[in-house]
Design a protein around this ligand. Structure first.
Ligand code: SF4
Ligand code: SF4
Length: 77
């Protein structure tokens, strides 16, 4: 597990990275329980990434049994 404690650094990564949940999600809820800052929520459309406060620890990727959670890197053009 990697955690970022420098808020400036974390803010930079908020702008360049995101978490996405694919349709492979079974709704088991493991990622919801695992996220230390409650950035993932259950909705009528499945699991959604709220983003606010995400440290990109990637624990949600590691815990998902079906690999439905992905780290998305945004590329500036
Ligand atoms: S990367 Fe970490 S903080 Fe961000 S949604 Fe996943 S478990 Fe939560
Ligand atoms: S751990 Fe994976 S399968 Fe389970 S709810 Fe989260 S995204 Fe869906």
């Amino acid at each position: 597990m990697t955690s970022m404690t420098n808020t400036g650094y974390a803010r930079h990564f908020d702008e360049t990275q995101s978490i996405e949940v694919s349709q492979a999600c079974t709704g088991c809820g493991a990622c919801l329980i695992t996220c230390p800052v409650s950035c993932l929520k259950s909705s009528s459309n499945g699991i959604v990434f709220i983003g606010n406060g995400c440290t990109f620890c990637l624990d949600c990727l590691e815990v998902c049994p079906v690999g439905a959670v992905k780290l998305i890197r945004r590329v500036d053009n």
